[in-house]
Ligand binder design. Structure first.
Ligand SMILES: Nc1ncnc2c1ncn2[C@@H]1O[C@H](COP(=O)(O)OP(=O)(O)O)[C@@H](O)[C@H]1O
Ligand SMILES: C=C(OP(=O)(O)O)C(=O)O
Length: 587
């Protein structure tokens, strides 16, 4: 008889215990729980443990003994008497089309995001990144035209369709930040120590005069004062303001470095950030709204909002998205990169679908030495509140120019992985660097190594995960996922399976950061892509059949075909999809 332990939570509807149930454990049948009226009886999430069939991929040699016992009814009880079911895992249960659609194989837990720019926008380059582990492609609306971004989105979508990837698209808005203009077509310009440059709000008709930088903020010349310090790209290059002449501001370079097109500008006075009118600018500019319309029309998976100051802007954007596209499940990511966003951190994260620690701009707004502790705080808070979190910027800055990372960069990546952030993001390294694929390889191999070390050393965190459920049925999901993840670690099972409609239960499992991989099965392509941002989730899209057993067989078959599980593996599965499971009334 197959190794099988089934844990069910049923409604209090009057049902009797069937004679041949598999119920084991410390609870009594029927388990009485009060229904909140949110879900109908029989629609509760569910947890069970099963053992992968010892059947080889050859159904001829399949053993009925090892058939997974997955037996459910709408009232939450097992059926199919032991020994009667002889169906082994059938590799034919999964179609060619489904195999092709689900080509994704990595069990790396930390997800990787690549900003797409001139160095990576071609189909072949995008495919190389997808093969190299890119889970999400980020397009930054601060650069390039909408037509350019549209072509990138089309290429990524084609790649997903033709090669079975689930690369999600994240559109990042420009926001109302002060930034430099284009550099007259140059991809970068070096500013040397002591050189005098002019920062001007003037619109130049033809090409920019030498040593001149255009600034996008009308009030710039009025706001800065002689003696102010001007930081480009969060301090990568520094200038001192030496003279103001009408719309022109003359500055001397004090810390040399590379000026990149449209780099962010901040100015400091007597060691403090000057926010003044910049702080009054709207979070979402009129250009951003047009970009957001573009993102909605293109069906991007995530919209990242720059310089979020409060939760209201996130709530406002989410209702706008719903009004524009009723069925849209675009997730909104808050970029934490300003003093205001730190001040209102918890309410912003609660209102958002995820957050980004945008260390580039954050490091220009708070002292650099505070960035690591803020990063840790944001990562932990996001996990507690069950929101995916991205650590971004300068992870491999030196690889924009050089083929190998610095030791300090490797240590920085390791720390973000050790903190269990959901995702790491490449910016200039992949957008315009000389070694985008190599940079991605470094992210991948460092992530894998630290994750492995963490598991081997049995570093289970004792992090307190607060209850976050807002309804009774959500509480059930949360308890099941917490228990399943704990059980998975204690029993050292090989995988967690989650069958999920909207991804919620998958994210609850991910939040626990269990040791084993989490295979997440959903029926929707967009949910699959969205889950691809979250720690430890390996998302697949499949159509489910009416009975859970054949769905389970199908998922085993898919994973076997992909070489991701093997016969005899022990699996814990949870599901929030009982609605679609066949009703089998218990006599
Ligand atoms: N779509 C694009 N077109 C041209 N250059 C880009 C694009 N996206 C990114 N880049 C380049 O990569 C650099 C780093 O990207 P990113 O961090 O997203 O931008 P920024 O820090 O300027 O907001 C940018 O400064 C820019 O030089
Ligand atoms: C990711 C960031 O934002 P952006 O690239 O838009 O400046 C950052 O500032 O770290």
């Amino acid at each position: 008889m197959a190794q099988s332990l089934n844990l069910f939570i049923s409604t209090s509807s009057p049902i009797s215990k069937p004679s041949n149930s598999f119920l084991t454990g410390t609870f009594r049948w029927p388990v009485k729980v009060k229904t909140s009226g949110i879900r109908k009886p029989g629609q509760f999430p569910q947890l069970f443990i099963t053992k992968a069939s010892s059947a080889s991929s050859d159904p001829e040699t399949a053993s009925a003994e090892a058939t997974p016992q997955v037996l459910v009814s709408s009232n939450g009880i097992v059926s199919t008497p032991p020994g009667q079911d002889t169906s082994a895992i059938d590799v034919d249960a999964v179609t060619e089309a489904e195999l092709k659609e689900n080509g994704f194989r990595s069990t790396r837990r930390t997800k990787l995001i690549c900003t797409i720019g001139p160095a990576t926008c071609g189909s072949e380059q995008l495919e190389a990144l997808a093969i190299g582990g890119m889970n999400v492609a980020r397009i930054n609306m601060c650069h390039g035209t909408r037509e350019w971004h549209k072509r990138v989105i089309e290429r990524v979508r084609r790649l997903n369709e033709e090669k079975g990837f689930a690369v999600a698209i994240m559109m990042d808005t420009e926001g109302s930040e002060i930034h430099m203009g284009d550099l007259g077509g140059a991809s970068s310009v070096k500013a040397e120590d002591g050189e005098v440059w002019t920062f001007s709000v003037r619109a130049f008709d033809s090409s920019l005069p030498d040593y001149t930088i255009n600034v996008n903020y009308e009030g710039f010349a009025e706001d800065v004062k002689v003696g102010d310090e001007l930081l480009v790209d969060g301090g990568m290059v520094r200038f001192e303001v030496i003279e103001k002449i009408g719309p022109d501001v003359k500055c001397r370079c004090t810390d040399p470095g590379l000026l990149l097109p449209r780099a962010n500008l901040t100015f400091w006075r007597h060691g403090s950030l000057v926010r003044e009118r910049n702080a009054m600018l709207p979070t979402i500019s009129s250009k951003d709204w047009l970009d957001i319309d573009f993102g909605i029309a293109e069906g991007v998976d995530f919209i990242a909002i720059s310089f979020v100051k409060s939760a209201e802007v996130i709530t406002h954007l989410k209702s706008y998205i719903k009004a524009r596209a009723r069925d849209s499940d675009i997730a909104v990511i808050a970029k934490i990169e300003s003093v205001d966003s730190l001040r209102n951190l918890e309410e912003i994260i609660l209102a958002s679908d995820g957050a980004m620690v945008a260390r580039g701009d954050l490091g220009a707004q708070i002292p650099l030495e505070q960035v690591p502790s803020e990063q840790q705080k944001i990562v932990q808070l996001c996990r507690q509140l069950n929101k995916p979190v991205i650590v971004a910027s300068q992870l491999l800055e030196s690889m924009i120019e050089y083929p190998t990372p610095t030791r300090a960069e490797v240590a920085d990546i390791s720390e973000a992985v050790r903190q269990r952030s959901d995702a790491l993001m490449l910016s200039g390294e992949s957008a315009m660097g000389q070694y985008p694929e190599k940079a991605l390889t470094v992210l991948r191999s460092v992530s894998l190594r630290i994750e492995k070390w963490w598991r081997e050393a049995k570093h289970h965190e004792a992090m307190e995960l607060p209850d976050i459920a807002s309804s009774f049925s959500d509480s059930i999901s949360e308890e099941i996922c917490n228990s399943a993840a704990k059980m998975a670690n204690n029993l050292e099972v090989d995988a967690l399976f989650v069958y999920t409609k909207d991804g919620h239960m998958a994210s609850l499992l991910s939040r626990c950061r269990p040791d084993c991989p989490i295979f997440a099965f959903t029926t929707t392509t967009s949910v699959r892509r969205r889950l691809n941002l979250q720690w430890g989730l390996i998302p697949f899209r499949l159509s489910f059949s009416d009975d859970m057993e054949s769905t389970l067989n199908k998922t085993f078959a898919l994973l076997k075909a992909r070489g991701m599980i093997k016969s005899g593996d022990l699996v814990i599965a949870v599901s929030d999809m009982l609605q679609s499971i066949q009703v089998m009334n218990v006599p």
